[in-house]
Write a protein that binds this ligand. Structure first.
Ligand code: TYD
Length: 237
């Protein structure tokens, strides 16, 4: 399967059409952005690491009954996946308080939450991705029915219930992460986008060291080494 026309270029990926109208190819870029695009950089090899990490995690989720857009990894930087209508909601799942949750609500950084929190943000750069409740999402027409929001929230919790113990076994705390969902050609809600250290927070269970994009956001350095370590632990190396 080969790339045809560029459909869309996002911050971390380019999307291309293929000969099959139901399939598209994502090219994982080395670019890094933070703080609504104000901080930018790039790290050679980051795209390939995210492609490989996402591939392993999509396979794991599929094996555990979660429907995703994943079809296959084509090469280091390219993934073949189903074409969907993306639902413009960023689904944030949190096990431990940090980042904007700690800042906005004054919850101590690093506090384990009494239960897993699932939040919705409006995927809209111009508005700065504001928080949404279910009524906002329905009024904006991001989905048609409440049961679609219920399904998204249920899938997000199931995904967390698979990923959290999986990473705990590998000595990584899954602190929080962002998911996106879409509707496939039959109208099923499926998991899309990527699952990588660009949109998950991983803290080493022993040392507390940050193994994700916060290394870039917070100017800590060693981003690629951390992403390689996450991939190696996934692969059991
Ligand atoms: P959050 O604490 O809301 O934001 P910030 O990174 O600004 O502190 O992030 C929660 C998790 O969701 C974290 O793992 C990063 C991820 N995330 C994204 O990947 N993209 C986004 O646009 C946002 C807001 C969060």
């Amino acid at each position: 399967m080969e790339k045809r026309e560029l459909l869309y270029e996002g911050k971390a990926k380019k999307l291309f059409t293929t000969d099959d109208k139901d399939l598209v190819i994502s090219e994982f870029k080395d670019d890094l952005t933070a703080f609504n695009g104000l901080k930018k950089s790039s790290e050679t090899g980051k795209g390939a690491l995210n492609n490989k990490i996402s591939t392993e995690l999509f396979k794991l989720l599929e094996a555990n009954g979660i429907q995703t857009h994943f079809v296959k990894m084509l090469d280091d930087n390219h993934m073949l996946h189903k074409k969907v209508d993306v639902i413009l909601i960023e689904v944030i799942v949190r096990n431990i308080a940090t980042g904007s949750l700690s800042k906005n609500l004054g919850i101590e950084d690093g506090k384990v939450l009494p239960f897993t929190l699932v939040e919705f943000d409006y995927k809209n750069d111009a508005l700065g991705d504001p928080k949404l409740n279910d009524q906002h999402a329905l009024i904006l027409g991001l989905v048609e029915f409440q049961d679609e929001l219920d399904k998204i929230r249920r899938m997000a919790r199931q995904i967390n219930d698979i990923l959290r113990p999986y990473f705990a076994d590998k000595g990584l705390n899954l602190v929080d992460f962002k998911l996106e969902f879409g509707k496939d050609s039959s109208g099923n809600i499926i998991l899309v986008d990527e699952i990588s250290p660009d949109n998950c927070r991983f803290w080493d269970a022993k040392t507390g060291e940050k193994m994700d994009k916060d290394r870039f956001r917070q100017g800590l350095g060693g981003l690629k080494v951390a992403y390689e370590e996450v991939l190696n632990r996934i692969l059991g190396k």
